[in-house]
Design a protein around this ligand. Structure first.
Ligand SMILES: Nc1nc2c(ncn2[C@@H]2O[C@H](COP(=O)(O)OP(=O)(O)OP(=O)(O)O)[C@@H](O)[C@H]2O)c(=O)[nH]1
Ligand SMILES: [Mg+2]
Length: 215
């Protein structure tokens, strides 16, 4: 989304060449592109509307300093608003202060993005924090779920636990942590099978499992 946004916006922002205060028309034109780029990137419509309105409110009437162009001024407002929308300065970092390998258990409703997010977290930890990450799928419910995570690990360039057919989730989790310890991984991400919101017993079991000490 950010790549698409910056590509599209650079053109629009160049068009804002007048000095002085940002007019409503200037901002409206730039916001049209922001809106399209966000919708293109699959951001939910209410989120897009709210975001665009907030930026408009801030931008219209803003004095543009001599040293920067109006385009740069709007870009800065959009950038600040995006950071704010993604949690702002008050976001809580991932707490990884435990003895390695640190287990991270992904729990959530079916299709809510656990597996995809496991890959994103792995990529971020590997690239930005230079951590050695092992991905392990405990999803024995959905066919090919373990394969999905394995392929994701290959794309992201992190380790994945070899799949042993027929092994159950708790066994897989234990094997993942043993492997993590033996092979010197910093973090082991355990991706679980999705739960249905109506499946109360299963949700409770999952939460109990998540609350247990990892080893
Ligand atoms: N737009 C959007 N789609 C996403 C995001 N994360 C995941 N998806 C999509 O949502 C669908 C489900 O994602 P998964 O990561 O497989 O979800 P899951 O929670 O692992 O699903 P189960 O294992 O079946 O419970 C896939 O089609 C993903 O491409 C996201 O951040 N944004
Ligand atoms: Mg999954």
């Amino acid at each position: 989304m950010f790549d698409a946004l910056s590509g599209k916006l650079s053109g629009v922002f160049e068009g804002l060449s007048k000095r002085g205060r940002l007019s409503e028309a200037d901002v409206a034109e730039a916001m049209r592109e922001v809106r399209l780029a966000m919708l293109d990137a699959d951001v939910a419509l209410p989120v897009v509307r709210d975001f665009v309105n907030k930026v408009k409110e801030k931008a219209v009437g803003t004095e543009v300093l001599e040293s920067i162009s109006p385009g740069q001024a709007v870009a800065k407002i959009v950038n600040d608003a995006l950071i704010e929308a993604l949690g702002g300065a008050g976001n809580v970092p991932l707490n990884l202060s435990a003895a390695a390998p640190v287990p991270v258990l992904m729990v959530g409703l079916q299709g809510s993005g656990k597996t995809t997010t496991s890959g994103k977290i792995a990529l971020r930890l590997a690239q930005r924090e230079r951590k050695r990450v092992l991905l392990a799928s405990l999803d024995v419910q959905r066919p090919a779920a373990q394969l999905q995570l394995q392929q994701l690990a290959e794309r992201v360039g992190v380790g994945s636990l070899p799949i042993i057919a027929g092994q159950q989730p708790v066994e897989i989790a234990k094997r993942a942590l043993e492997t993590g310890r033996r092979e010197g991984y910093d973090i082991v991400i355990l991706d679980t099978a999705g739960r249905l919101s109506i499946d109360e017993a299963s949700c409770r079991k999952c939460v109990r499992f998540a609350m247990q000490p990892a080893r």
